[in-house]
Design a protein. Structure first.
Length: 287
């Protein structure tokens, strides 16, 4: 796929992405992959692009809706599978290239402060660059607090410092910062992004492959065209630190289904009545 770009005029074309089967599913289970892709193909994403105005015209907002995958191609018994990505989805992936991966989304969900969430998103977007510089005013606009925390001490403590504490406790990334002055007033901020390799408390070390498989598995029994239960349950499992346990139980159930020892109806009943309650997904969420 084309490299990430913020150029709104870049022309994107449909892409064919070829991937080795074993990199998606260690058992090379094509049926499992096909079911997951059919579910993903039914999912629509909506995103907006800001189009700068010219010649005195005001900025416009372009709305876009697309599916992420339009199809797959697979030669039976082949070791490779091809995914067809529509042109508008390519723009979504590339123009919004700094967006969350699924594991980053799981981490963001667990952050309690809205400032922590927003600053974590910035860390995810800029981690490859190691950090970024901007004016304090621009950062406040991004955080939607341009009219709050007029005193720099309050901004530092309640927005920056509190967010750093929470990210160190719960996330895979955190930041440090330096404020600089112009005309005796702090007006610029330099942020450096760090990997949180020594985290021992809140961040549970959730693996992206676990998150992806658990969500895909649940989506077969609680399809996203009906409601958001599959995503809701996955997020609850993350919060309860039960995602890895769910991953291994669902792998076994999936194998039972592939072997024909359990039907889809059997698995649905087990999920609702036994497994999800045992994994601390509250009964009120699954009825």
């Amino acid at each position: 796929m084309k490299s990430q770009s913020l150029d709104i005029n870049m022309v994107y074309s449909e892409q064919e992405i070829v991937i080795e089967l074993k990199k998606i599913d260690k058992y090379n289970n094509y049926q499992r992959i096909k079911d997951s892709i059919k579910s993903l193909a039914s999912k629509q994403v909506e995103y907006h692009i800001n189009i700068p105005g010219g010649n005195g015209k005001s900025e416009q907002v372009q709305e876009n809706i697309t599916s992420l995958i339009s199809g797959i191609k697979y030669v039976r018994n082949s070791q490779y599978i091809s995914f067809i990505v529509p042109s508008q989805a390519c723009r979504f992936f590339c123009y919004l290239g700094g967006g969350f991966t699924s594991i980053q989304k799981a981490i963001a969900i667990g952050l309690s402060s809205i400032y922590s969430k927003a600053l974590y998103e910035l860390c995810c977007r800029w981690k490859d660059k190691g950090g970024y510089n901007c004016s304090i005013e621009d950062l406040k606009v991004y955080l939607s607090i341009e009219n709050k925390y007029k005193q720099i001490a309050h901004f530092r403590q309640r927005v920056l410092d509190d967010s750093i504490v929470e990210l160190k406790e719960k996330a895979d990334l955190f930041f440090t910062y330096t404020l600089t002055k112009s005309d005796k007033k702090f007006d610029k901020i330099s942020i450096k992004i760090h990997g949180n390799y020594k985290n021992k408390s809140g961040f549970s070390g959730v693996k992206e492959e676990h998150y992806r498989f658990v969500y895909s598995f649940l989506n077969r029994y609680f399809p996203n065209y009906k409601d958001s239960k599959a995503l809701d349950y996955t997020e609850i499992l993350v919060k309860q630190n039960n995602l890895e346990k769910a991953f291994y139980r669902f792998i076994k159930l999936d194998d039972n289904y592939s072997e024909g020892t359990k039907t889809k109806k059997d698995i649905y009943s087990l999920l609702v009545n036994v497994i999800l309650p045992e994994l601390e997904v509250l009964k009120s969420h699954i009825t």
